[in-house]
Ligand binder design. Structure first.
Ligand code: ADP
Length: 423
């Protein structure tokens, strides 16, 4: 019987059982300690990591709060996930009341004229949709109390595992810059106006003097030089006035029916003699018989004068300048193509900016202002069109202008001064 058998275990056997049991217990205890030790390390690591994360977060928060620019981050649904103190101060909203809300439902954004920007054209939306934005136009934000302020916005996507998961928008109140810009424009306008009157007087007196006096041919040439230089100065003054009129948004658009074929044809006839003098071949090619658009003739003339004037100025003797007119479904494209000096690759990006002149142009024609293309581009914009170019240094350039068949009326106190003719 087992019980009796157990009882019958010798002392030696019992001692052996006890030793084995102790060993097993020791092994189990060691295992537990090991596990516990491991867990302790893990927990310690976790705590450290937590601290690191907390530290990093505290640092990020401090950094974010100290930034003078407004920062707002949104997720893929456009929900605000983060907003710093500067953004709160600028917009008049408290971050806690903003986080979790849809950005575009909460903060309204408008263009410079106060027209609301539709959701799909808002910078954050464009970035979430995968469109790259570097610098945008000037917008204005509407505060909680419905007052507005102009902002410069920079937006970039938040990318995780190569996927866009949100967007960060950094913005700055540019009220002060706008005021300085306005003051500068007003100063240029005032100075240019003041210059105009004496200049007209100089030209007028010199012309009378030339016609009425008895002069040697040498003196006549001097007087002609005075007239030419006064005219050039007047041209420069007009260009400056046009820039200030554009920048202050005072230019109106008065569309009327214009037959482009006739318009360009008449325009080119005026340049026939200049072309012959400069030994340039001027051609008007590939155009329909009649192509009527409803546009502002003053602005159109300025655009054409500038692009065509440039083609003539930057094309050496023996070259060709041609105008190509093409009809599209809802627009027209005219291109001014030349076989001139072209625009160097690295200078192409800024060529429409104010006062920008390419290095090769400065060498061949030191007398330019770098303002013509700026005025032309703004005029095209006013007509609701766009302008772009293709060019290769040493081979030539083509400037394209696409205009809508019908341009919209825009109220404005003034038009462009002068005819845009480059002297
Ligand atoms: P400007 O001709 O008075 O310098 P614009 O604003 O009209 O000013 O042109 C800016 C610059 O663009 C020019 O200085 C020149 O470098 C370049 N450019 C414009 N049109 C042409 C062209 N047809 N060929 C070569 N360069 C051109």
């Amino acid at each position: 019987m087992p019980k009796i058998k157990n009882r019958e275990k010798t002392t030696e056997q019992l001692k052996e059982d006890l030793r084995k049991t102790r060993e097993e217990l020791a092994i189990q205890k060691w295992g537990l300690e090991k596990t516990l030790g491991g867990m302790k390390i893990l927990v310690a690591e976790l705590i450290q990591k937590g601290k690191d994360v907390e530290n990093a977060k505290a640092k990020d928060d401090a950094l974010l709060e100290s930034i003078g620019d407004g920062v707002i981050a949104v997720d893929m649904d456009g929900k605000i996930i983060l907003m710093n103190k500067s953004a709160q101060e600028m917009l008049g909203w408290h971050p806690e009341s903003m986080v979790g809300k849809i950005f575009h439902d909460t903060v309204a954004i408008e263009d410079e004229k106060g027209v609301a920007i539709p959701i799909e054209k808002r910078p954050t939306y464009l970035v979430l949709a995968g469109t790259t934005i570097t610098t945008g136009p000037t917008y204005q934000y509407v505060r909680k109390d419905k007052t507005k302020f102009p902002v410069a916005i920079k937006t970039s996507p938040i990318i995780l595992d190569r996927k866009i998961v949100g967007a960060v928008e950094v913005f700055r109140d540019i009220t002060r810059e706008k005021e300085i810009d306005k003051a500068k424009t007003e100063f240029v306008s005032l100075a240019a106006h003041q210059l105009r009157t004496p200049l007209t007087g100089i030209s007028w007196i010199a012309e009378i003097f030339l016609e009425n006096g008895r002069h040697t041919s040498k003196d006549k040439n001097y007087i002609k030089d005075i007239i030419f230089l006064a005219r050039r100065l007047n041209n420069l003054v007009e260009v400056l006035l046009n820039v200030s009129r554009i920048e202050s948004g005072r230019i109106g658009v008065k569309p009327e029916p214009v037959d482009l074929v006739e318009f360009i044809g008449d325009f080119l006839r005026e340049y026939k003699a200049v072309g012959e003098m400069q030994k340039l071949t001027i051609i008007f090619i590939k155009h329909p018989k009649k192509l009527v658009v409803v546009t502002d003739a003053n602005l159109l003339n300025y655009i054409l004068q500038n692009l065509f004037g440039n083609a003539l100025r930057y094309t050496p003797v023996g070259g060709t300048v041609e105008i190509v007119l093409e009809e599209k479904k809802n627009s027209v494209i005219f291109a001014v193509r030349d076989t001139g000096i072209g625009i160097p690759e690295k200078e192409k990006g800024s060529i429409f900016e104010k006062f920008v002149r390419a290095s090769n142009a400065v060498l061949t024609r030191p007398d330019g202002t770098g303002l013509g293309l700026f005025i032309a581009q703004e005029s095209v914009r006013l007509l609701g069109g766009k302008v772009w170019f293709k060019s290769k240094e040493g081979e030539g350039s083509t400037f394209y202008v696409e205009l809508p068949i019908i341009s919209e009326v825009k109220s404005g106190e003034v038009g462009l001064i002068g005819n845009g003719h480059k002297i």
